[in-house]
Design a protein. Sequence first.
Length: 116
Amino acid sequence: MSEERGFSAGSVILAFLMGGAVGAGLALLLAPQSGRETRAKIRELAGEVKEKAESISEDTKDKATGYVEKVKEKIGSVVEEGKKAVEERKSIVTAAIEAGKEAMEKEKERLSKERG
């Protein structure tokens, strides 16, 4: 039914989670507690969220650093292999050019002997 209206499952789940977070916040604010207790709970929850966010951020940073190092190593390896391949091809092409020059000189000599 949500797909018929143009809403994806992801947006429906996100809306549900956002509604839950808003409801939890309102429950804290409207609960029959003193303002001091409510503020303490809010501070506690904010601290927990901050710690989790920092932990996730640090984990993500560590993983990204590891991936970057692996990619650098792979790129270095590929570049070295590419350089080797170019050098091999270059020597083959150079040898072919030299062989072509020698064949051309021999053919010139052969033709000049036939004419002369």
